[in-house]
Design a protein around this ligand. Structure first.
Ligand SMILES: [Zn+2]
Length: 331
């Protein structure tokens, strides 16, 4: 298969089929809210779905890749397709946390312009949950008075974070998470051996796209190395700064995941779910509470953007607190 050809993930096929069937029956709604599992960027899927609906000669769920719409969509020059997503702040160069009202106003303007081609116009908003209140309000008016032959697609990982006023004006479509078999097959196609795939799927709570990303970052080695350094740190054989320095070569998102996973594991252990009687003393109940608080605090503390001194300081703080809680538990 030609690798440059746009593709979709097997578990996204149902939604593509549904969209295509509705289009064939001329029953496509003017607005849809697509809720998708996982946390990985799925702009590619949104683009593919748009391309499929615009393609002159789709075959099954495959785009032809050669018609005018396909070629322009691939070159990102198709005038009747608009993508609204998180942008980088010009000053700080960091990714904005919100889709702001200017972006939505611009989109509404584009949507109301005369179409350049015979096909419908598509507006894709992803991640839709990143629209702030004023953006959502601005979009609401457009959803209430839809322009002809325009499809507005909101794609989200968190449908609960979309205002109900918006949700109620969209048809809701859900992409189901992959089955274990689909996940394993897909990872096999990406060249990941079954045993590795199984352990990485566990790290990724069943999400194969995340599992692949973790595998490419050699997450298992990072976990093994961290486990061993963390035990040394608990025994007082390694300083907190050396412990953190060992982690900081990894990407921030990966470090955050590792720390969350570690804290979750301790929280689970101290919850009593899998513990024997001797690990459920009164002192343990207090450390269980302290662990839960630390996990909550760490989620905020580690929300720094890049690997820098700030991250190292926050990491050190979290790990020192964890050591204190664990050493109290041993008394
Ligand atoms: Zn085509």
């Amino acid at each position: 298969m030609d690798d440059d050809r746009p593709q979709f993930l097997p578990w996204q096929a149902d939604i593509l089929q549904r969209a295509l069937s509705l289009q064939q029956q001329q029953h496509l709604p003017h607005a849809v809210l697509i809720d998708t599992p996982g946390e990985q960027d799925i702009t590619g899927f949104g683009r593919y779905l748009s391309m499929l609906l615009l393609c002159d000669n789709p075959s099954g769920l495959s785009v032809c890749a050669v018609c005018e719409a396909c070629r322009m969509m691939q070159a990102d020059t198709y005038a009747d397709f608009n993508l609204v997503t998180l942008e980088h702040n010009e000053k700080t160069k960091k990714l904005n946390k919100n889709i702001n009202i200017e972006q939505i106003r611009k989109l509404i303007h584009e949507v109301n312009l005369t179409r350049q081609y015979e096909r419908m116009k598509i507006a894709l908003i992803y991640p839709a949950e990143a629209m702030n209140k004023s953006s959502a309000n601005a979009l609401l008016k457009t959803l209430e008075e839809p322009a002809a032959r325009v499809l507005i697609m909101l794609v989200t990982h968190n449908p609960g974070h979309i205002p109900v006023t918006l949700r109620s004006r969209c048809q809701s479509w859900s992409i189901n998470p992959p089955t274990r078999e689909q996940a394993l097959n897909w990872l096999r196609e990406q060249g990941v051996e079954d045993a590795t795939a199984t352990s990485y799927l566990q790290f990724a709570s069943g999400d194969p796209v995340l599992a692949l990303e973790l595998q490419r970052n050699d997450y298992a080695s990072l976990v093994a190395q961290f486990k061993s350094s963390f035990s040394q740190f608990l025994r007082g054989e390694l300083s907190v700064s050396d412990l953190c320095r060992g982690l900081l070569s990894a990407e921030t998102a990966i470090i955050r995941r590792l720390i969350n996973m570690t804290l979750n594991a301790y929280c689970y252990q101290s919850s009593g779910v899998d513990a024997d009687a001797e690990s459920r003393s009164g002192a343990d109940r207090r450390s269980a509470q302290a662990l839960l608080e630390l996990r909550h605090r760490a989620q905020y503390q580690l929300q720094v953007e890049e690997n820098n001194l700030d991250l190292q300081l926050q990491l050190e703080d979290v790990l020192i607190s964890l050591k204190q809680i664990l050493s109290r538990r041993l008394i």
